[in-house]
Design a protein. Structure first.
Length: 94
């Protein structure tokens, strides 16, 4: 996979995760007070993990064609962490 294709894939996934976090935020407004706290904790964690992924995206975007693969491993790890956190959140609240 080349740099441009990888960037498009990451960008699309970042957008999707933002939409899913926004859905959880909307759901939390209808939950009981106790559940709202749990939602907010989970949403905070998801936003932090998404921010980590966005930082990895920025590194790849700024990297030269020759160097971008050096950042791909970090991006792949951040992607995996975010995917697991999102699945966990939807398992709990979805």
């Amino acid at each position: 996979m080349d740099k441009e294709t990888y960037q498009k894939k990451l960008h699309a996934q970042l957008d999707q995760w933002k939409a899913e976090i926004d859905k959880l935020q909307a759901q939390s407004r209808e939950a009981s007070a106790d559940m709202q706290i749990k939602y907010q904790d989970q949403i905070k964690e998801l936003r932090e993990k998404r921010a980590e992924m966005a930082a990895e995206y920025d590194k790849i975007e700024a990297a030269s064609i020759e160097a971008w693969k050096d950042f791909k491993t970090g991006a792949d790890e951040a992607w995996d962490n975010m995917s697991k956190a999102m699945k966990s959140a939807w398992g709990r609240f979805g």
